[in-house]
Write a protein that binds this ligand. Structure first.
Ligand SMILES: *Cc1c(COP(=O)(O)O)cnc(C)c1O
Length: 374
C-alpha cells in the first residue's frame, strides 16, 4: 500500500475529539458497563492504531474489529485488551484467532464443531461470543434450542472453548419509530433465557442504542460512530450529548489559472467556462475516496464555498474560484475553514449515502495526520 506522505492532501484526525467523545459516553454509561471501542475498517478511516491508543487512554475496555487481520494488527501493536471480531470467520482460521488471543463472534454450531479438532490438535482455547440474530437478518442464532446446544457444546469441550459473551445487533436503533428495536430486544431476551448460565459479557448496544435506548441492558457497549463524533441517525434524531467530529479532509490548490471562455473542464467537458474565470485544481480524486458523484459539490477555501466544476478525476478535481487565489491555499473538503464548515453528513447527503461510507471511503493513499494535545 502506498501512502502519499509527500503529497499536498491529508486527513487530519483530532484525537482529543475522540477522547472527548469516549469520556462523554463513559459518563453516560452505568459504572458496571464496559466500553468496547469499535475500530474496524481502519477505525472508520481515522487510523486504527492511533485511535485505539487514544480510546484506551480515555478508558475503553476493549476493541471490536470486523476481520481477523485487524485484530492481529492490534496485537502486533501491543494491545493486550479484549479484541472481538464481529464478523463470521472461517472455522479453519480458529487456531489463528485463538493463538492471537482474539475473541470471535460465532453464529452457528457448525463453526464450533469445525474448529474443535484444529484447536485440540494445537492445544488452543478459543474465546467465543455467540451472536444472536434478533432481526438484523445478518449473522447469528435465531432459535433458543440451538443456542442451548452451542452452550452445551462449549461446556463439553471446555479445553477448546471459553464462552465469553453473547450479543446482538440492532437494525433500527437510530430511527424515530422504535417498534422494531423493541421487537429485537424482546427476541434477545428470549434467546438469552435459553442459556443455563450467562457468560461474562452481554452486549447489545451500538452507538445508536447507547444514545437513544440506554435502557437496552447489557454490560458492555460497542461504541463506534459516535466515538468519531458523528450522529448515528444522520439527521433523524437529536443526540442527547455534545460530541465532536474528529475527521478533517484537506488539500491545497496546486494550480490556479484564468481560463478563457469556451474552455472545457475535465473529462467529457461537462462544464465550459463562459467568461474569463479563475479555476483551481485540487489534487484529490475518486481514488482517494472523493467520489466521482461529488461533481458540483463545494469545498471551502479562504472561508468561501467554492463549487467543484467538471467531473472528479481519479486524482484531481477542479473548482471555480471567486477571485484569483494563491497556489498553495488550503482547501477544506470536510471540516472547518474560516468559520464555515462542511460536515461528513453534508458530503453524505450530496452523495446520497451515509457519513459512515464517506469516511471509510477515504483511501489509505491519503496520509493521516494526528493532532493530540491532551
Ligand atoms: C460496526 C458495528 C458496531 C458499531 O456500530 P456504530 O453504529 O458505529 O456504533 C457495533 N456492533 C456491530 C456488530 C457492528 O458490526
Amino acid at each position: 500500500m502506498v501512502v502519499g506522505i509527500h503529497r499536498n492532501a491529508k486527513a487530519v484526525i483530532d484525537l482529543d475529539a475522540i477522547k472527548h467523545n469516549i469520556e462523554i459516553e463513559k459518563k453516560r454509561m452505568r459504572d458496571d458497563q464496559k466500553l468496547f471501542a469499535v475500530v474496524k475498517a481502519n477505525a472508520y478511516g481515522h487510523g486504527m492504531i492511533e485511535v485505539a491508543r487514544t480510546a484506551k487512554e480515555a478508558g475503553a475496555n476493549g476493541f471490536c474489529v470486523a476481520i481477523i487481520d485487524e485484530g492481529i494488527e492490534l496485537r502486533n501493536a501491543g494491545f493486550d485488551d479484549l479484541v472481538l471480531i464481529l464478523g463470521v470467520c472461517p472455522a479453519e482460521q480458529s487456531n489463528v484467532i485463538a493463538a492471537n488471543n482474539l475473541s470471535v463472534a460465532v453464529g452457528d454450531l457448525d463453526f464450533l464443531e469445525n474448529a474443535k479438532p484444529l484447536l485440540k490438535a494445537q492445544g488452543l482455547k478459543l474465546k467465543v461470543h455467540l451472536a444472536f440474530d434478533t432481526g438484523m437478518g445478518r449473522i447469528g442464532f435465531v432459535n433458543g434450542e440451538k443456542v442451548h446446544e452451542a452452550e452445551a457444546f462449549m461446556k463439553e469441550n471446555s479445553d477448546q472453548f471459553e464462552f465469553e459473551g453473547i450479543f446482538t445487533h440492532f437494525a433500527c436503533a437510530d430511527t424515530k419509530d422504535d417498534s422494531y428495536y423493541k421487537k429485537q430486544l424482546e427476541k434477545f431476551n428470549e434467546l438469552k433465557d435459553a442459556l443455563d448460565d450467562l457468560p461474562p459479557y452481554v452486549h447489545v448496544a451500538n452507538s445508536a442504542a447507547s444514545m437513544w435506548h440506554d435502557d437496552c441492558g447489557g454490560n458492555a457497549v460497542r461504541y463506534g460512530i459516535t466515538m468519531y463524533g458523528l450522529n448515528p441517525s444522520g439527521r433523524e434524531l437529536e443526540l442527547p450529548c455534545e460530541i465532536k467530529p474528529a475527521f478533517t479532509l484537506e488539500s491545497e490548490l496546486v494550480s490556479v489559472r484564468l481560463l478563457e471562455p469556451g474552455t472545457g473542464i475535465g473529462y467529457g467537458k461537462t462544464y465550459t467556462v463562459d467568461e474569463p474565470q479563475w479555476i483551481g485544481t485540487v489534487p484529490l480524486g475518486y481514488a482517494d475516496g472523493w467520489l466521482r458523484r461529488m461533481q458540483g459539490f463545494k469545498v471551502l477555501i479562504n472561508g468561501e464555498y467554492c463549487q467543484s466544476v467538471g467531473r472528479v478525476c481519479m486524482d484531481q478535481f477542479m473548482v471555480r474560484l471567486p477571485y484569483e487565489m494563491e497556489k498553495g491555499t488550503k482547501v477544506t473538503l470536510i471540516g472547518e475553514n474560516g468559520g464555515k464548515r462542511i460536515t461528513a453528513q453534508d458530503v453524505a447527503d450530496y452523495a446520497d449515502t451515509i457519513h459512515y461510507e464517506i469516511l471509510c471511503s477515504v483511501s489509505e493513499r491519503v496520509p493521516r495526520e494526528f493532532i493530540k494535545k491532551y
